[in-house]
Design a protein around this ligand. Structure first.
Ligand code: NAD
Length: 408
């Protein structure tokens, strides 16, 4: 799929075969065997990967995933996808991804720490502040990043925070990273509204998924942009309040009872019904492939901003484009996270912590610019926003390769 998408974008800009060949394969694939002493005294060997797709625009960048299904092919595709993501939002970094095939829920905290440190040791020759800067992904978080920073620092003999991002704020993490993905989503919606001549503070919004991305997006959109959140949902179902949901209250209900469905005075709706509500903005922020050829025709939102990765199928994309729905693709809509990761790296390199206001102001600038670059490209090429984003990214990376040349 990743290759197919790349070739489609490459065709649109008539990319020469030389560069097409270069970008079709990762620059480096690292496979590592990780012996770990388990709590029962026995050794278990896990398999890990780090795939570095392209660094023409800057050091490799991408998360580390712990999941039983991690495979080299998945990591290769995700690494290529990171190259496009950093290029779309125009940060001076490349694309990479890493992972360990493991069920992290089956390990104790001690086993997890030993596994993480062994992985950091095994890939330590290939990462570094100017080589490759990993970050969290599925089932990894600030603590894992701190262990990797510590292991790498021990190996190099000095503290090196800029080797990895997504660290705890107490140890060189950035302020504002927690809700950075959601903030990016909100900014793309505000910018889309501006281009469509809609008033931001008159928009009604439905959000599928009330986890990290969905709930923070709801808070930011309601409190900072004055949008009216009329529907939210989680895995147990959804709620609809025509006059608007009090997001703080919904969060409280979710925390106390485990689901937003217990919000008082709301109409209960299904996750499927939420998608086709009569709203201005729809934010899928839960699962993949929820907008399909079965429901795309009934979607009434004028703007869809993809907080989740891959919520829209290619068939649905075609239907939505034909009826004029503006879909902000995941690669752009949820790039706030990697953008603040980049800010964390910059702060670490300059050994200075930015204020929350500085982080948010820089994020705003970056995402606004990226949105408008993609929007203008989509108008110029007469293609949907997803194709435009990918095409723009492929062009930026190709230009860098061409201008730098091949050596030796
Ligand atoms: P999360 O686990 O915090 O939240 C997921 C939410 O989806 C929960 O509210 C859960 O109840 C809900 N959900 C689960 N199954 C559902 C179903 N069948 N129907 C409706 N809702 C359901 O996860 P998150 O970090 O908010 O991530 C959400 C999406 O955003 C994922 O696709 C993730 O890859 C993507 N994403 C997240 C980040 C980030 O910074 N967290 C960055 C980029 C992309």
């Amino acid at each position: 799929m990743a290759l197919e998408q790349f070739n489609k974008a490459a065709d649109l800009i008539n990319l020469e075969d030389d560069i097409r060949q270069i970008l079709s394969v990762p620059q480096r694939e690292v496979h590592v065997a990780l012996p770990v002493k388990m709590d029962n005294g026995k050794v278990k060997v896990f398999v890990g990967y780090r795939v570095q797709h392209n660094n023409a625009r800057g050091p490799f960048k991408g998360g580390i995933r712990y999941h039983p299904n991690v495979s080299i092919d998945e990591v290769k595709a995700l690494a290529m996808w990171m190259t496009w993501k950093t290029a779309v939002v125009d940060i001076p970094l490349g694309g990479a991804k890493g992972g360990i095939a493991v069920d992290p829920k089956a390990l104790s905290q001690g086993e997890l720490e030993r596994l993480t440190r062994r992985y950091a040791y095994a890939i330590s020759k290939f990462i570094g502040p100017y080589e490759d800067v990993p970050a969290p992904d599925v089932y990894t978080g600030p603590q894992h990043m701190a262990w990797i920073m510590d292991t790498y620092s021990a190996l190099t003999g000095h503290l090196e925070p800029s080797v990895i991002t997504g660290k705890p704020v107490e140890t060189y993490g950035s302020l504002g990273r927690n809700d950075s993905t959601s903030r990016g989503v909100a900014i793309t919606v505000a910018e889309a509204a501006r281009r469509l001549n809609l008033k931001t503070n008159q928009l009604t919004v439905a959000i599928q998924g009330f986890g990290n991305v969905g709930s923070n997006a709801a808070l930011i959109m309601a409190k900072e942009y004055g949008m009216k959140i009329v529907a939210v949902s989680d895995s147990k179902g959804g709620i609809y309040v025509k006059s608007g949901i009090n997001v703080d209250k919904a969060l409280e209900v979710k925390e106390k009872t485990g689901s937003v469905v217990n919000y008082e005075g709301a109409q209960k709706i299904s996750n499927e019904e939420l998608l086709t509500l009569d709203v201005d903005v729809l934010i899928p922020a839960a699962l993949e492939q929820v907008i399909t050829d079965r429901n795309a025709g009934s979607i009434k939102a004028k703007i869809i901003s993809e907080g989740a990765n891959g919520p829209t199928t290619p068939e649905a994309d075609r239907i939505l484009y034909e009826k004029g729905t503006l879909v902000v693709p995941d690669i752009l809509a949820n790039s706030g996270g990697v953008t603040v990761s980049y800010f964390e790296w910059v702060q670490n390199l300059e050994r200075r912590q930015w204020t929350l206001e500085e982080v948010n102001a820089e994020l705003d600038k970056k995402i606004r610019k990226a949105f408008n670059d993609v929007y203008d490209t989509s108008k110029q090429l007469k293609v949907d926003m997803r194709t435009a984003a990918l095409t723009l990214a492929v062009k930026r990376v190709s230009d860098a390769i061409r201008i730098r040349g091949i050596w030796p």
